[in-house]
Structures are given as C-alpha cells and as structure tokens.
Design a protein around this ligand. Sequence first.
Ligand code: FPP
Length: 254
Amino acid sequence: MIVFYELQSLYNETGQQLIILMSEKIPRHIAIIMDGNGRWAKKNGLSRIEGHRRGAAAIDDVVEAAMDLHVSYLTLYAFSEENWKRPHDEVKALMNLLRMYLIDKRQKMISKGIRFMVIGDAKMLSSELQQEVKTTINATSLGNKMTMIVALSYGSRQEICRSVNRMISSGIKQVTVEAITDNLDTKGIPDPDLLIRTSGENRISNFLLWQLAYTELYFSNIPWPEFDKEQLVLAIQEYQRRERRFGMISEQLS
Ligand code: FPP
C-alpha cells in the first residue's frame, strides 16, 4: 500500500530548506529536558551561570521551530524541585534568568499566539517571580497557536502526591487512572508524544513520570545551548520512524 503524506517544510534564517517532514506525524506535544548548560560552559571556559544564560537564549529557536511545525504543546524543564539544592548563587541566577525571560518575552508570546503555563510547586518561587508568572499566564491566556509549559520547581513524584492529596480533599472514593491524570498539574494537557533530553544523559530525572508512559524517548548528545531547530528536526525525523503501538500489534494500527 502506498501512503501519501502531506509534507511540512522548515526553513532556516537564510531561507534554506532544512527538511521535509510528514505533517500527519508531527508530535502534538514535545517535552524537553534542557540539560548540559554547565558542562557546555565548562568546556568553553565560561561560568555555569553563563551556560544557563546561553541555555535561555537557545529556547527561542526551538520555540519558533515548534510553532512553524504546528506543534501544539511544548513543555520545557527549566528548574526541578531537586535543583533547589544547587549552590545559592546558581539558584539565584537561574531564578533571575527566569524572571527576565518572562519580562522580555511576554509581548512576543502574545503577538505569536503562545499560551504560557507552568507546572510545579509555584509557592516555592519568590513573590516577584510568582507575580511575573501570573502576569504572563493571564496576558497570554487567549493564545491559540501553541501552549508553552515551563516546569518550574517541578518534581513528578511530588506532582503525583499533589494529585492524590487533591483527590483526598475532594472526597474521592475510587482512585482511577483518569482521576490521577485529572488532578495532576498537567490537567487538560495531552501526554507528550516525544521527550527529548539533551547532553548525553539517558534518564528521566523525576520529569513527567506519569505522563511519559507511552512517550517516545529521544536522547541527543548535543548540549542544550547548542540545540537548535536543526536538532529539533532530527529528533522529529527519528520520532517519525518509530511505530507507536500502545500495547497493540502492528496489524491493529491503521
Ligand atoms: C540543566 O543543565 C539545566 C538546568 C538545570 C536549567 C535549565 C535552564 C535554562 C535552559 C535556562 C533558563 C530557562 C528559562 C525557561 C528561561 P545543567 O546545569 O544541569 O548542566 P550540567 O549537567 O552540564 O551541569
């Protein structure tokens, strides 16, 4: 049987065509563990904080490419609950970067139709950062091109506990897969189709453990500050070669 796919092109800044992808198989939701800022900085003789700055700068290219490819949801792991244990100066610099990111990019998000959301334990954040988060969520709430979800002070085990506690508070009698899902921070967001982790580490690190049950995993050796739209395309190409069976057999898939 010959299947004709509608094709999707992506161009770089100079108008050169990067790749043609099958529109039907563009992941609806991509989640990214943006790893390797520190190692990249060390290799380049820079401070870890400069590594994070370059990491923040790398986000735009990937957001733009995801939008051009009509990805509906992009989740970025920016700060884990465990990251609070890092040296005080690094935590402070990361929090400052996040705050500045929201201030700098809010207008662009609105004009591009990006809806901004966060997952994680927001009350751990400073009141200034909480305020910028709230302002950005409200200002972008009508965005309908792509939802950008930033995981901030996020831990998946903690999120599952929050879900269970919400269920207990609501007086639920029977725990089901749907009930846990509907009480997670990601309520209403479809599970990721593709998870990308940069910088050569092959682990999940307490990220979206529940939601990744049937997600395709892609590990790249490229450190996050060097990850760009070309790298995103490589990940999506690999995703398009995979067969997702969700527990069934090939013959059952249409
Ligand atoms: C992991 O690299 C990265 C982080 C803990 C922070 C990710 C943050 C950014 C990309 C910038 C800020 C984000 C936004 C949304 C503005 P690492 O430091 O653990 O790297 P290493 O493993 O090489 O030390």
